[in-house]
Design a protein around this ligand. Structure first.
Ligand code: FAD
Length: 421
């Protein structure tokens, strides 16, 4: 192996990139991770799912000891009809892990990235990848990546670096580096079309105790006109509140009006301080029609991102990272990483999850199935348990009756090809 040929280059140091880099490095691979930002940096996506628990264990990480908040499940609320439904992971199907965590992403992402470094990954922050040569296009039997470094050289020009690797993992999140370069991302506009969100601090000690201890850190998901709102307790008298709307043109005042109109949100924010004006994001659900090729793979949001109503993003990103790492470790060991079909099975594995959650989200926005289950009927226990397992990210089992009913109905099923390129 020549000196500058890495085994793997990972682009992006969010939860997906940091996890894959950590697990590959742990197996002895030579991994270089390039991250455009310098951590800690703000990121949205603060509510995790139990399917991550085995990954934390593999990484040797203990989220509670690191100060992240225990999350027992999710509570759905429709204040207009007085509806409340708590789904605790402990009441899912047998075998589904029973809790998750609420995390402030600036701290969580820095903690994960540090772990990948401690396990042996070379981490370069402040380096933005701007160009990628993949073997299908360059004819070379390696991947070449060019990155710009923060700052300028003595001649006033941007500093750039070139790196080579046997394999490339795109974990660039919504930037979807390869998907955008190859024009293979497909927008999904059947789900939420905009979000406004921010943090509040100095909650009253009673409210903090109610959310973090009495309610066991559950995420609250409130049905509101044209969308939904999240309230994620973060511990230490802090909360994240956001609005997701089906209407275009969102601005921060929509969030403030929604809080004002909700007795629950008004009560929890009473006397608290908003940390900064709401941040805005628009139209984010998409999938990537091409997620792998010869010597490259997209993971996490760079492969697919589905509306956040069921908090699947970070956890699916970490699961895809761990699954891909297992395939790649074996391939690198046997010199098989150049097989263009290497990750076909992995992509199919993840597609099963994306299909299921896109269908669940479709039913949240466009049918009465979930609203009736949450607020009108008392669902049969096996269906409620099955839905709870899905809410926990436990999507790859074959004994979930709720999942079968959901996925076998043509009327309810979401078809990815509905999106536009
Ligand atoms: C409104 C909203 C609410 C959400 N709420 C939740 C939630 O409650 N729970 C949940 O699990 N998920 C939630 N998500 C989704 C969550 O934010 C993402 O799914 C998650 O961050 C994906 O992780 P990732 O590692 O794939 O990408 P990211 O976390 O986005 O990380 C990608 C990294 O790549 C870096 N990068 C990008 N381009 C380059 C480049 N060219 N060169 C070098 N580095 C680069 C970025 O700086 C970034 O650090 C939400 C999303 C939205 C939009």
């Amino acid at each position: 192996m020549s000196a500058n040929l890495h085994d793997v280059i990972v682009v992006g140091g969010g939860p997906a990139g940091a996890t894959v880099a950590a697990l590959l490095a742990k197996s002895g691979a030579d991994v270089l991770l390039l991250e455009r930002e310098c951590f800690p940096r703000f990121h949205i996506g603060e509510s995790l799912l139990p399917c991550d628990l085995p990954i934390f264990e593999r990484l040797g990480l203990k989220p509670l000891e690191a100060g992240f908040l225990y999350k027992a499940g999710a509570e759905f609320m429709d204040e207009a009809i007085g509806g409340r439904a708590v789904y605790e992971f402990a009441f899912a199907l047998p075998g589904t892990p029973d809790h998750a965590y609420q995390v402030e992403r600036a701290l969580f992402d820095a903690w994960l990235l540090e772990r990948s470094r401690a396990l042996g990954a070379k981490v370069h922050q402040g380096e933005r990848v701007v160009e990628v040569e993949i073997p299908e296009e360059s004819g070379k039997d390696r991947v070449v990546v060019r990155a710009l470094r923060d700052g300028k050289g003595a001649n006033g020009k941007p500093l750039s670096n070139e790196y080579h690797a046997r394999y490339l993992i795109d974990a660039t999140g919504q930037d979807a580096l390869l998907g955008r370069l190859m024009r293979t991302t497909v927008v999904i506009d059947e789900f939420g079309l905009g979000a406004a969100f921010t943090h509040w601090v100095d909650l009253s000690p009673e409210v903090d105790e109610e959310l973090c201890v009495t309610a066991k850190g559950v995420i609250k998901v409130l049905c509101v006109d044209d969308g939904w709102c999240w309230a994620i307790p973060l511990g230490k008298r802090k909360i994240s509140i956001g609005l997701v709307s089906r209407k275009r043109g969102i601005d921060g005042s929509w969030l403030m009006r929604t809080i004002e109109a909700s007795p629950f949100l008004r009560r929890v924010t009473h006397g608290a301080k908003m940390v900064r004006a709401p941040r805005l994001l628009v139209s984010w659900s998409f999938y990537n029609r091409r997620q792998n090729g010869k010597r490259w793979l997209c993971i996490g949001d760079a492969a697919c991102f589905i509306d956040p109503v069921f908090s699947t993003g970070v956890s699916l990103g970490m699961v895809s990272a761990a699954h891909a790492a297992d395939v790649l470790v074996d391939a690198l060991k046997h010199g098989k990483e150049g097989d263009p079909d290497l990750m076909n099975g992995h992509v199919e594995y993840m597609h099963h999850a994306y299909n299921t959650y896109a269908t669940l989200v479709y039913n949240w926005y466009h049918t009465s199935l979930l609203h009736s289950m949450f607020f009108c009927n008392t669902p049969p226990e096996n269906l409620k348990r099955g839905l709870t397992s899905l809410l926990a990210g436990d999507v790859w089992r074959n004994d979930n009756e709720f999942q079968k009913i959901l996925m076998e109905s043509k009327k309810r099923r979401f078809v990815f090809e509905q999106g536009r390129a």
